[in-house]
Design a protein around this ligand. Structure first.
Ligand code: ARJ
Length: 417
């Protein structure tokens, strides 16, 4: 408790109410798995270092890990995404230390991540890969002793696979992002709703009738395109992958190069995981009033240095809306400083979908404890059994029942004759 660094401890009661609200909608993590963990204490004495967005949903996960007997040190996975009241409530918790406040500098952000590394955790849970990367670069002795790690998001998994490829990965890593019950739900339905929620809270614009350009048609882009269309927007998708581009066409969207989409879009939402997706040449042709938002993990998709260079004036119009006036008088509006618009301008994904993502996290942490002697320093998929268990528990919570194969059907599926 003493070691925690948060904005204001007097917010803790308010934070606890938010956590209760989240947990009401997270039956898998905060009821089923927590009950099991409380009973059997499978994480007894395990030190977990976590770098996650410090939200009410993350709090539900942390409380479940602690119920299982773990001690947790938690830092923010983005300088602007922390819910300060939740950070205070968590810092007040037995067994939890927190380093997170909204609006921290880049330097403070990394100092909190180092503080998690210095905990010498047995297990590391990361979102985006900054913890994995910092430990590998700066704390090799700590890395040697880590049993295993998990990774919440696509960007982090890409970085872990690069480490694996270059032969530098020091501990086994489970790509929680790639579980079906994560990627197909959190990335699609979670981001689809929460990114639009962030844009609406920041701007209060009407989506109906707008031309919305979605850059990237992975799970995140698909979800955003789907929800934007559902609200009456005309959706244009940009892609570099021919298969995904074709899928977008077949799903009924217009597909164009960014250079053409730039001229006609009212709202731009990036979801590629890459850098400089919207840059100088695009800003130069955009319409007066165009709105720019990012849904990807890092603030590099909309290339802000170009925008800064092109602008003759910059004003904060309202929270999370920065106006850039270009030389010819056109005004472009950047939301949430180009960081994940859903977590900065809204509250991130709804609890219901984080319930599935974080159930995968909790069960993957347990899997590492149980299999630490067998696992090698590689990137692993979430075991199929965990994925199916998460789906089963979610269905149970939703009171949805499904059929079972008959013996005859099982035999039919197994026969090749
Ligand atoms: C915590 C959240 C929330 C939320 O699972 C999502 C993902 O892949 C991350 C990309 O950085 C963000 C993470 N995420 C979305 N919403 N994490 N609480 N409410």
């Amino acid at each position: 408790m003493v070691a925690s660094k948060v904005r204001d401890m007097s917010l803790k009661d308010r934070g606890m109410l938010q956590i209760e609200w989240a947990e009401m909608h997270m039956p898998v993590v905060s009821r089923y798995i927590r009950e099991e963990f409380s009973k059997n204490k499978p994480l007894n004495g395990v030190k977990i270092g976590a770098v996650l967005h410090v939200t009410k949903e993350t709090a539900a996960l942390i409380r479940t890990l602690v119920a299982g007997g773990a001690r947790v040190r938690l830092a923010a996975s983005n300088p602007l995404s922390t819910q300060d009241e939740v950070a205070a409530a968590l810092a007040d918790h037995e067994g939890v230390e927190v380093c997170a406040w909204r609006g921290m500098s880049e330097e403070e952000y990394f100092s909190c991540i180092r503080w998690v590394a210095e905990f010498e955790p047995n297990i590391v849970i990361d979102d985006g890969g900054d913890l994995h990367s910092t430990i590998h670069k700066e704390y090799p002795q700590v890395a040697e002793r880590i049993w295993g790690g998990t990774e919440e998001t696509t960007t982090g998994v890409i970085r872990l696979k690069a480490m694996e490829r270059e032969g530098v990965l020091k501990y086994p890593a489970i790509a929680v992002n790639d579980a079906y019950t994560k990627m197909m739900f959190d990335n699609r339905y979670g981001t689809g709703q929460s990114s639009i929620d962030g844009i609406l809270r920041a701007t209060n614009i009407l989506f109906a009738g707008k031309t919305v350009v979605v850059a990237g048609y992975g799970w995140v882009g698909r979800g955003i395109a789907l929800r934007a269309r559902g609200m009456g927007a005309r959706v244009i998708v940009t892609e570099v992958d021919p298969i995904k581009a074709l899928e977008a066409v077949m799903d009924g969207y217009e597909v164009k190069p960014m250079m053409e989409a730039a001229k006609i879009g009212d709202v731009f939402i990036t979801a590629t995981g890459n850098k400089k997706v919207i840059r100088r040449e695009h800003f130069e042709v955009m319409k007066d009033g165009a709105i720019l938002a990012n849904a990807g993990h890092f603030n590099v998709e909309i290339w802000i240095p170009d925008l800064e260079e092109l602008a003759v004036r910059k004003r904060q119009i309202r929270p999370h809306v920065t106006e850039y006036t270009l030389r010819d008088g056109r005004r472009l509006y950047l939301l949430a400083e180009g960081r994940l618009v859903n977590l900065v301008a809204a509250e991130g994904h709804p609890s219901e979908v984080m319930d599935m993502s974080f159930a995968n996290q909790a069960l993957s942490a347990l899997y590492i404890v149980e299999n630490k002697d067998k696992l090698e320093p590689r990137v692993y998929r979430v075991p199929r059994e965990i994925d199916e268990e998460v789906a089963r528990l979610k269905l149970k919570a939703m009171d949805v029942r499904i059929d079972e194969l008959t013996r005859e059907q099982v035999e039919y599926l197994q026969s090749w004759k």
